[in-house]
Design a protein around this ligand. Structure first.
Ligand SMILES: Cc1cc2nc3c(=O)[nH]c(=O)nc-3n(C[C@H](O)[C@H](O)[C@H](O)COP(=O)(O)OP(=O)(O)OC[C@H]3O[C@@H](n4cnc5c(N)ncnc54)[C@H](O)[C@@H]3O)c2cc1C
Length: 407
C-alpha cells in the first residue's frame, strides 16, 4: 500500500518505522526538524526539549517500549529506580513510606482506597480529586501525580482514567529515560524509516487532505500526492480542518491540557536518583526530574539537567510562571539543599497551550484513532484509555496498525 503520513511527531514516526517494513511510506512534516514535541533542543551544552521531560511513563516495558522493539530501532530506555519519591516537609518519601505519615484511621481508609482501585470497585464517574477527598496527604500526592503525568489537576482527572493507569502501572511498572533523551528515540526511528525506503519531507505543510468515499479512488495530500490511506499525526482538530471529512462530534470536542516547563542547570546534583520527585506541597509545581543522572550528555560537562513541570491552572500565564519560579526558589533554597542559589541556573521557561499544548486531548477527552478505512489519527489527541502521554500516543499507533493489518 502507499501510505501518506502527516506530521513527524512520535505518532507519525512510530507508524512510519513499522509500516515501512511492508509498505511505501511518505511523511510530510511542516517544521524543519522531526520529532514534534519529543525531541532535543541543544542549548548552551544542555539537551533541553521541544516538549517532553526526557521520560517514558512505563519505561522499557510499556506500550512505548513495545513499539521501540517492534520497530527494531535499537533505542535504549533505562528504567528508573525508584519510580518516584514524594516531597513532604522537605523530606522525600517512597510510596510505601507515606503510610507512616497518616493516622491509624486514615491508614485504614487509604488501604481500602488502594484495594478498591486495584480491584476496580470504584465509582468511575467521579473525579480523582473527589476519590481522594478526606485524606489530606492523599489529596496532595494525587494532585502532584495527575499534574506531572497528565497536566491536569486531580479534580480535572476522571477516575475512569486513573483506574486504567493504575492497571497499567501494576502491569508495566514506572518510568524510564531513553539514552540520548527524546532525540535518542527520534534519531533511531528516522534511521529505520530511511533504511526501509521511507521518505521524509521536512518544511512541507499539508493544508489539503482528500479522503474519497469510493474505495477504488485514491486519497490525496495537497492535491499532488496520491495514497491508498492517510495517517494524520496533526491534532484531530487540524486534521478535520484540512480534510473534506467532518468526524468530530461538536459535543465531544477534545479539551487540551496546558503546562509550564522549567529547565535548570546545576553544578550540584539536586536529585540523586533517576526517578521523579513529586512536589506535593508546592503551590504550582508538580514535580521535577534529573535526566542527566541517566545520560550525562544531556547536561553541560560537570553539570546536571533538572526539568520541572507544572500544570497551568489559571489563565494568566505570567502569574502562573511566577508561582512556579517561587516554588523552585523554595524547593532549591540553600536551607533545604545546602547549595547556594548561584549554583543553579534557570535555563529556559517554556509554556504549552493553544496550538502547542501538553496534550491535544486531556485524558478522558480523546477521540478514536480510526476515522474510517482510509483516514487514521495518531498522537496525543487520540490516546487510548489509561495511556499517559507517549504511552497514550503509542496506544493510538497500536490501534491503527492493528486496523491496517486487517485491511
Ligand atoms: C512540557 C511537556 C512535558 C512533557 N513531558 C512528557 C514526558 O516526560 N513524557 C511523556 O511521555 N510525554 C511528555 N509530554 C507529552 C509528549 O511530549 C507528547 O504527548 C508527544 O510528544 C506528542 O506526540 P504526537 O506525535 O502526538 O505529536 P507532535 O509531537 O505534536 O507531532 C505532530 C507533528 O505534526 C506536525 N504537523 C502538524 N500539522 C501539520 C501539517 N498541517 N502539515 C505537516 N506537518 C504537520 C507538527 O509539526 C509535529 O511535528 C510532555 C509534553 C509537554 C508539552
Amino acid at each position: 500500500m502507499k501510505i501518506g503520513i502527516i506530521g513527524a511527531g512520535l505518532g507519525g514516526l512510530f507508524s512510519a518505522a513499522i509500516l515501512s517494513k511492508k509498505h511505501d511510506v511518505t511523511i510530510y512534516e511542516k517544521l524543519p526538524y522531526i520529532g514534534g514535541r519529543f525531541t532535543n533542543l541543544d542549548y548552551k551544552g544542555y539537551q533541553l526539549t521541544t516538549g517532553a521531560l526526557h521520560m517514558i511513563p512505563h519505561g522499557a516495558n510499556g506500550f512505548f517500549g513495545q513499539l521501540v522493539q517492534e520497530s527494531n530501532c535499537g533505542a535504549k530506555i533505562i528504567n528508573s529506580n525508584p519510580d518516584g519519591l514524594f516531597r513532604i516537609n522537605n523530606t522525600n518519601y517512597g510510596f510505601e513510606e507515606l503510610k507512616k505519615l497518616v493516622s491509624f484511621k486514615d491508614k485504614l481508609k487509604a488501604l481500602k482506597m488502594l484495594a478498591d482501585l486495584k480491584l476496580g470497585t470504584v465509582d468511575k464517574d467521579i473525579s480523582f480529586g473527589t476519590f481522594l477527598e478526606g485524606i489530606s496527604i492523599a489529596e496532595k500526592v494525587g494532585n502532584s501525580f495527575s499534574g506531572w503525568a497528565l497536566s491536569l489537576s486531580s479534580y480535572e482527572t476522571p477516575m475512569d482514567e486513573v483506574m486504567a493507569i493504575s492497571k497499567y502501572y501494576h502491569k508495566f511498572g514506572g518510568p524510564g529515560i531513553p539514552l540520548g533523551g527524546c532525540k535518542g528515540i527520534i534519531d533511531a526511528l528516522e534511521q529505520v524509516i530511511l533504511q526501509n525506503g521511507g521518505i521524509i519531507h521536512k518544511n512541507y505543510i499539508v493544508d489539503k487532505v482528500y479522503i474519497p468515499e469510493n474505495y477504488q479512488e485514491k486519497c490525496t495530500i495537497n492535491d499532488e500526492n496520491e495514497f491508498d490511506i492517510i495517517i494524520s499525526n496533526a491534532s484531530p482538530i487540524i486534521t478535520q480542518k484540512i480534510s473534506n471529512l467532518n468526524f468530530i462530534n461538536k459535543n465531544k470536542m477534545p479539551i487540551p491540557s496546558k503546562g509550564i516547563k522549567v529547565s535548570i542547570g546545576s553544578r550540584n546534583k539536586l536529585i540523586t536518583h533517576n526517578g521523579v520527585v513529586f512536589t506535593t506541597e508546592a503551590e504550582r509545581l508538580n514535580g521535577f526530574n534529573q535526566p542527566s543522572n541517566v545520560d550525562k550528555s544531556l547536561a553541560k560537562e560537570g553539570h546536571n539537567l533538572i526539568m520541572a513541570h507544572a500544570t497551568q491552572i489559571k489563565n494568566n500565564i505570567n502569574d502562573e510562571i511566577d508561582l512556579v519560579l517561587e516554588d523552585i526558589d523554595n524547593l532549591f533554597s540553600e536551607e533545604f539543599t545546602g547549595h547556594k542559589k548561584e549554583d543553579y541556573k534557570i535555563l529556559a521557561i517554556q509554556t504549552y497551550r493553544d496550538e502547542c499544548p501538553v496534550n491535544h486531548a486531556s485524558n478522558g477527552t480523546d477521540l478514536k484513532p480510526v476515522v474510517n478505512d482510509k483516514l487514521y489519527l495518531v498522537g496525543d489527541g487520540v490516546k487510548g484509555k489509561g495511556g499517559i502521554e507517549v504511552e497514550g500516543v503509542s496506544l493510538s499507533v497500536i490501534e491503527v496498525l492493528n486496523h491496517i493489518n486487517k485491511l
